[in-house]
Design a protein. Sequence first.
Length: 201
Amino acid sequence: MSRPASPPPSDRRQELAEQATDHVLAHGLIGLSLRPLARAIGTSDRMLLYHFADKGDLVATVLRLANDRSVDGLAALPRSSGPSAAVHDLWAALSSSPLLGYVRVYVEASALGLLGEEPYAGVVAESNRSWYAALAAHLRESGVPDHLADRATGLVDACVLGLLLDLPLGERDAGHRERRTAVVADLAATVAALSEAPSGD
C-alpha cells in the first residue's frame, strides 16, 4: 500500500500557520519561541524555518490569520435590532470565546509594537483597518446611519477595547462587573442617541 503524498509546501505552510495560530490563541504571544512552539504542534524548528523565512515571518502570518478569523467572526454576527442592541450584542460576542481570544492576541501584539517593533507594528496597523471596517459594517447593518457610522465605530472600538483590557482585573469583583455592565449600557445609549442625530451634526 503506497503512502499518501505529502501536501505541497504551500498547503503545509498553511497547515503549520493554522496550528501555530491555535497555539498562540491558547497560550499567548508574549515569550513565543520557535523550539517550544514546534514541539507543541508536532514539528521541528527547522521545519518551521523551511516554510517561514524567520520567526518574524511566522509571527506576522499568525497575527494576520488570527485577525482574519476575528473579522470573519465579527462578520458572521447576526444583524442587531438597532444601534443600542448592536453595542450589547458586540460586547457579548467580544467578551467571550472565541472572539475574546483574538482580542487578547491583538492586545499583546499592540504592546509589542508600541515602540515600532516589527512585525508587530506593521501587522497591527493592517489589522486595525480590516477590524474597523468590519465593526463599522455591523453598526451600519444594525441601523447606524452611514454619515455617523465612522463616529459610532470609533466610539465603540475605543470603549470596548478599554473594557476588554479591564476585563481580567474585575473577574472576581462583583462591584467591578456591575460598573462594567453600566458602562456598556451607557455606551449603547450614547450610540443610539448619536444615530438619531441629523445629517451635518
